[in-house]
Design a protein around this ligand. Structure first.
Ligand code: PNS
Length: 176
């Protein structure tokens, strides 16, 4: 089959701990660039995760389903472990999608993209600039704001905000 005839499959990898409005915006916009998008939730983020891998997959799925049905039919959410480039090949994707916010993201993304390109030069990483209103949202800061008693409502969906507040309360009570 000619490359042009093949459905363009992209992988959007990340920790999604938890997914923010910024992640959802990238997912929505990535579906304009690829025919099918696999949102790949990393099993082992280097950081201490607030949510388990099963919880993160379930939360991202629910978030996508809440956006609209058309999106759900073209977006799959799966967990992945190990080398990203191997996973991208395994699912038959040719594109990695990453969101880019402030200039501080650049160094990390630059290194990761360079390394990934060395591992497989056939797979392209495509960056989508975060929309203006999402420039400063990160899962790490959302968790920090929540832990310190601030409101997370402007940065995540109401479903995620509820789960995050509940998890933080559990953690503070020493249950997690
Ligand atoms: O949301 P994050 O934490 O920025 O996502 C980072 C992620 C999961 C994309 C990155 O850590 C990754 O690709 N992990 C898989 C392991 C791997 O392939 N490492 C080599 C990267 S050059």
């Amino acid at each position: 089959m000619q490359t042009a005839d093949r459905p363009r499959v992209g992988v959007y990898p990340g920790s999604f701990d938890p997914p923010t409005n910024g992640h959802l915006d990238i997912i929505r916009r990535a579906t304009r660039v690829v025919n099918k998008l696999v949102v790949a939730v990393a099993v082992n983020p280097s950081k201490d995760a607030m949510f388990t891998i099963d919880e993160r997959v379930e939360i991202v799925r629910a978030e996508i389903a809440a956006i609209n049905n058309d999106l759900s039919s073209r977006v799959e959410v799966r967990s992945f472990e190990g080398l990203l480039m191997q996973y991208v090949r395994d699912v038959g994707a040719t594109i990695i999608v990453r969101g880019l916010r402030a200039v501080t993201d650049f160094d990390y993304e630059f290194q990761m993209t360079g390394m990934n390109a060395r591992l497989d030069p056939e797979i392209e990483t495509v960056f989508l600039m975060a929309s203006e209103s999402h420039q400063f949202i990160s899962s790490r800061l959302v968790k920090e704001v929540g832990m310190l008693g601030g409101t997370v409502a402007p940065f995540v969906s109401s479903a995620v905000a509820k789960r995050l507040v509940a998890r933080i309360a559990e953690r503070k009570a020493g249950k997690r």
